[in-house]
Design a protein around this ligand. Sequence first.
Ligand code: HEM
Length: 510
Amino acid sequence: SGFLPLLKRGLLNLGVSSEFLEFLWKGEGKIPIAKGSVDSVRRQAFFIPLYELFLTYGGVFRLVFGPKSFLIVSDPSVAKHILKDNSKAYSKGILAEILEFVMGKGLIPAGFEVWRVRRRAIVPALHQKYVAAMINLFGEATNRLCKKLDVAASDGEDAEMESLFSRLTLDVIGKAVFNYDFDSLTNDTGIVEAVYTVLREAEDRSVSPIPTWNIPIWKDISPRQRKVNVSLKLINDTLDELIAVCKRLIEQEELQFHEEYMNDQDPSILHFLLASGDDVSSKQLRDDLMTLLIAGHETSAAVLTWTFYLLAKEPRVMSKLQDEVDSVLGDRLPTIEDMKKLKYATRVINESLRLYPQPPVLIRRSLEDDVLGKYPIKRGEDIFISVWNLHHSPNHWVDADTFNPERWPLDGPNPNETNQNFSYLPFGGGPRKCIGDMFATFETVVALVMLVRRFNFQMALGAPPVDMTTGATIHTTEGLHMTVTRRTKPPIIPKLDMEMLQVESDAPVT
Ligand code: HEM
């Protein structure tokens, strides 16, 4: 009886909210229950208190909010069971319900039958040749960002990097998915604003406990909901038009469809799908395009944001990265061949994805009774797999909170969920694993290396503290304000020569 109060006091001292400590232990063999209130979770990024609870209750515990409850999974073997070994027994649950208004039956929320057909149609579009062509696109888009930062650097103005990264990755994904130039780094057009309205709505809905958007009359009279509907209509009309344009292009094309088919003028995923003769309703095609747009936009932006935040705090890593970039790239645009050589840059992204996984939790619902580790569960359980907890677990990582790209040797394999036994799953795992993992890794590596080659980045003086908040991905609360300065590059002296000079001067004088 003395242990629990002691533990409670200890956790309170660590800053765990008292609501969370109103917990109940149920007996052996039953899933531990943590009783909380929705409010205490909503006030901060919700995955933070889940970490403390994981340390207290272990790899599987139940969180209760009045009549609702969730299972929180932070155990790698249970995560593997749900995502991979028994994935057929799980759906996207709440996530699908929340995203339905914008993604419909797109690949992320889709149930098994639709998902199986659409995954088979879409995955082939991201073939080797496509990804190689995308490297140029990443380079050109990053060049536009560099021009913008050049202006900030000469004017001595700070740059808010989070919104710039959001615009960079929106420009990239628009071209990559349906050959559309949002050009959001330069302009604020109606369509860009519409995309952000819909994204913000999706994020608000995912953290709101009361689904006001489902209340029949509210739906039509609330100004916010009306704005969302207008935005959705604008995006859908634009997509319909892009689909029509693409169909006309294909009619004029001497089409010979094959595995690595790509139209050099329009390498987009949409063009591939239409050229492949993909038999799909226009609603489903729109759902798929919208899903790809959202999946590939905020995730990559968040990765870049937190990578630059981490680099600003760790100058050692930054200068090692800049050394690699200088010696591999010089002044060229990156190519697909460079991706293999930019080993340290890749580790920087790997490690940023460990510390700030996007999204920080994966959502599932059990479709049948099952057993999680030692605990039997019923069908209909809502489950959060906390990737955040897996990636910060003291059971699996040395100095888990330290940004240390060296934790994976440069000559070893790139870390992924398979070779890290589901302790590291930046792109999920099993059949629903991200289809854009290579795309996104190259995209973030290209942006990273081109930016640090040209500029130094420091946290802006007097900037607000960089705290976390969540929607679907981890955002900063008040932006990432940085001072950007042009790098004055040291003369490039090949390393080998330096060493030889050293040997010569050390040689005994005879
Ligand atoms: C799924 C992460 C970029 C398309 C996922 C999942 C994760 C993830 C964790 C699994 C979700 C789950 O199991 O519930 C990321 C990260 C990215 C990124 C961290 C950037 C660094 C992209 C890009 C695209 C994309 C660029 C498209 C080109 C998708 C799709 C799915 C998915 C379509 C659903 C796959 C399915 O259910 O079959 N992503 N993603 N992602 N991602 Fe990504």
